[in-house]
Ligand binder design. Structure first.
Ligand code: HEC
Length: 462
């Protein structure tokens, strides 16, 4: 009997190992956040804008584009672009161009900074470094200059007087190499200009020994353009909202339509067990039509975040699916101990706690049927909810379910079965099923369980 029991257990272990567990859990790869979460009520963002009815001509008015987060992720960044092409009577109130010129010494191996602000609506930034004389008399001095943007991006001209020309078509004056022939010019003209804030123009003398003065010139241009962009860099959490404000000026009376696009980056850190990307981008569009007239009149904006609760029943199905999994797992050891799965001493100890063998078995039955019920709910919830593919739990969850049903049947008809085949054989059958159940459940947890990264890491499965 002992030998046969060992054989049965051995065969089950061999089955679990032999099937190559990882190949038996299949989450279907999905391209976007919505592929998995749309049914759960996810939207990338909700975008609204100041509900102008009329704005006065001749004045500057603030126009807000509001980005709201209606679900459970974070909106890590949003790039808001406002377009006035269809609003002939409107223009952006543009800041004046700025120009800064500084003369300084840059000793070898040291860096010097010229800081300057760039406001929303900038169309180009030009940073030029000129070495006016050659003190070292060795010809060109190796000077490195670069622009550091507020988001940390570095744009560099490189060493040795590289001039990036005038690709932005700004009609810049020809560069005039000095005796030292070190003129560097960096031109930035792209959507990084949407970032407002303090910029740094850094110069560093890489080689040479002179401290001959250099001249740094920084020019920021704000051309009148029909579009302006701003980046919201603060994270917008669930149910929160943030806005980008644009200064617009009504010049001529009539109807105006402002169009806007917002590109959001949504973020959520999934457990490794969920095969999903954590970052997703979406571009949303909208428009606002109003008149440019005499007075400022604004309509009702309504709530920034839509009032529906973000937790719908489909999302609840997944959350409770996960919860019932944990609850079931938690019940297993109690059911095993009450059943006396750990030998003679275990049985005697439990008999003492429950006060009789009969009560112990009753407790074992009750708990086991609750476990069966929880498992069935767990199964049904995961078949209903749309995020996990049914194939995820098919092999191991399925095996565990069959074993659990078998345990229920052998448990419920213990007397009848024992009368037919004898108590010892009944017991072997029941134990074999329990072993299968525990082994398959363990595999199900380790292979399919999204929230068991910590276990997988602990045993080196990830
Ligand atoms: C392959 C399907 C899949 C894709 C694609 C996916 N997710 Fe998930 N997501 C899941 C699963 C499964 C969970 C549950 C695991 C968890 O709670 O962490 C989850 C959980 C979440 C949660 C937590 C919800 C809660 O229960 O509180 C958020 C928020 C989330 N995802 C956001 C995103 C975002 C944003 C994207 C796009 C970048 C995305 N997801 C893409 C499958 C996916």
């Amino acid at each position: 009997m002992q030998l046969r029991r060992c054989l049965v257990i051995g065969a089950l272990v061999a089955l679990v190992v032999g099937l190559g567990p990882a190949a038996w859990s299949q989450q279907v790869p999905q391209a976007t956040c919505l592929d998995c979460h749309e049914g759960e009520g996810m939207e990338y963002a909700v975008v609204t804008s100041t509900p102008f009815i009329e704005i006065p001509a001749g004045n500057t008015t603030e126009y807000d584009v509001t980005v709201a987060n209606p679900w459970l992720h974070d909106i890590a960044s949003s790039l808001v672009t406002v377009n006035l092409t269809e609003a002939p009577g409107l223009s952006f109130d543009k800041p004046d161009d700025i120009s800064r010129n500084e003369s300084m010494e840059v000793p070898p191996g040291e860096a010097r900074n010229v800081s300057f602000p760039v406001q929303a609506g900038a169309t180009a930034v030009v940073a030029t470094m000129t070495q006016t004389e050659d003190v070292s008399e060795r010809g060109a001095n190796d000077v490195d200059s670069r622009l550091v943007l507020p988001d940390g991006t570095v744009v560099g001209a490189g060493h040795d007087g590289i001039d990036s020309g005038d690709p932005a078509g700004l009609n810049l004056p020809e560069r005039e190499p000095s005796k030292a022939n070190t003129v560097e010019r960096i031109i930035v003209r792209d959507d990084r200009l949407a970032t407002t804030g303090g910029w740094n123009f850094t110069m560093e003398r890489v080689g040479g020994d002179g401290t001959d003065p250099v001249e740094a010139q920084v020019d920021v241009y704000y051309n009148a353009t029909p579009t302006q962009s701003q980046r919201i860099t603060d994270t917008i959490g669930p149910n929160a909202a943030d806005s980008a404000t644009f200064d617009i000026k009504g010049s001529q009376e009539g109807e105006a339509t402002i169009t806007y696009t917002v590109t959001v980056t949504d973020y959520y850190e999934h457990p490794d067990g969920v095969q999903s990307q954590d970052e997703g981008n979406a571009t949303l569009e909208g428009e606002r039509t109003f008149t440019v007239g005499q007075t400022l009149e604004t309509g009702d904006a309504g709530p920034a975040v839509p009032p529906e609760p973000p937790i719908n029943w489909i999302l609840n199905a997944r959350i409770w699916g996960e919860a019932t999994g944990f609850i079931g797992l938690f019940l297993i050891p109690f059911s095993l101990v009450l059943g006396g799965a750990f030998g003679r001493k275990n049985v005697l100890w439990m008999n003492k706690i429950t006060q009789s063998a009969r009560l112990r078995v009753l407790w074992h039955n009750a708990l086991s049927f609750i476990l069966l019920g929880v498992s069935i709910i767990h199964l049904i919830l995961f078949l209903i909810e749309p995020v996990y593919s049914w194939s995820v739990g098919f092999v191991w969850g399925g095996t565990a379910s069959l074993a659990l049903v078998g345990l229920g049947i052998t448990g419920a008809y213990q007397r009848r079965i024992a009368r037919e085949i004898g108590y010892a054989k009944w017991r072997l059958l029941h134990i074999a099923m329990a072993t299968t159940f525990v082994a398959a459940t363990m595999a199900h947890v380790l292979i399919d369980g999204a929230h068991f990264d910590f276990l997988r890491n602990a045993i080196g499965l990830n």
